[in-house]
Ligand binder design. Structure first.
Ligand code: HBI
Ligand code: FE
Length: 286
């Protein structure tokens, strides 16, 4: 038995070992799936709901990657690969740049049905993977992976992680029927699926690439600001049209905004109650 830690220089991909899931693991998936689909019926963007159906995630039990990859790969060339949990940023970006989504292999226990910090298979496969059936969003995720590898070279990972956080994890999209959820951090969370659309306290601000990349975020609480895109086409256009080299030069000034801030330059979709009052008091908003 070797005593030194196994230093892995691989891509952290492991076997999903679908046969290894217990009956209770499958029951946890079924419970979470049914509960979130009920909550999201009139809250999630159609593209996410259609992605659940395209991949037949309601077939019962934890999805077998070998099975969903046939459909996913045929649609956008993406495949899901199993990883033990969070992987190093460079490994993560490299997977996305090659149209592989690294999904947690484990599923949460019954004691943590409502929240867990580490992305498990429900967060990843219910929250993130279905949107990869949408060609435009799939292009965005590949572009994000490539951008991430470049950001590492510029030492601007924190700014790029903020972009991921406020779009892929906690993004809202404007539709004819009103604001809808597309971020996986919201769509896989019972409480935040309600809070993000209904609560008066958070700000809902129009997406702006540089503004978002300068915005701090909390990983242990509901978001205090959500950013709203008009469409996935708008989101990828904003990203692909951006020449990141001069942007990274500007970001070198290190200016960042608190999660609850409303800037005079913000296009406010709905101002949050707490933040608005505080910003008003400090004269940050006119
Ligand atoms: N690893 N498996 C996994 N899943 C993620 O979502 C993930 C990650 N590593 C890094 C990471 N996300 C974030 O730092 C990104 O913003 C880069
Ligand atoms: Fe995630």
């Amino acid at each position: 038995m070797s005593t030194h830690a196994v230093v892995r220089d691989d891509d952290y991909v492991i076997d999903q070992n679908w046969v290894g899931y217990t009956a209770d693991d499958h029951a946890v998936w079924d419970f979470l799936y049914r509960r979130q689909r009920t909550i999201l019926a009139d809250r999630a963007d159609e593209a996410l709901l259609r992605g659940h159906e395209a991949l037949n995630l309601n077939r019962g039990g934890i999805p077998d990657f070998a099975v969903i990859n046939e459909e996913l790969k045929a649609r956008t060339g993406f495949t899901v690969v199993a990883v033990p949990g969070l992987v190093p940023d460079e490994v993560f970006f490299n997977h996305l740049a090659n149209r592989r989504f690294p999904a947690g292999q484990f599923i949460r226990g019954r004691h943590q049905l409502d929240y867990l910090q580490e992305p498990d298979i429900f967060h990843d496969v219910f929250g993130h993977v279905p949107l990869l059936t949408n060609p435009v969003f799939a292009d965005y995720m590949e572009a994000y992976g490539k951008g991430g590898l470049r950001a590492l070279q510029f030492g601007k990972l924190k700014n790029l992680a903020a972009l991921y956080w406020y779009t892929v994890e906690f993004g809202l999209i404007e539709t004819a029927k009103g604001l809808r959820i597309y971020g996986a951090g919201i769509s896989s969370s019972k409480d935040e699926s309600i809070f993000a659309l209904d609560a008066p306290s958070p700000n809902r601000l129009r997406f702006d690439l540089e503004r978002v990349m300068r915005t701090e975020y909390r990983i242990d609480d509901y978001q205090q600001s959500y950013f709203v895109i008009r469409s996935y086409e708008d989101l990828i256009r904003a990203t692909l049209d951006q020449d990141f080299a001069p942007l990274y030069q500007r970001l070198a000034d290190g200016i960042s905004h608190l999660p609850e801030a409303i800037l005079p330059t913000d296009q406010v979709v709905t101002a949050g109650t707490q933040a608005y009052a505080r910003a008003k008091a400090s004269g940050e908003v006119i």
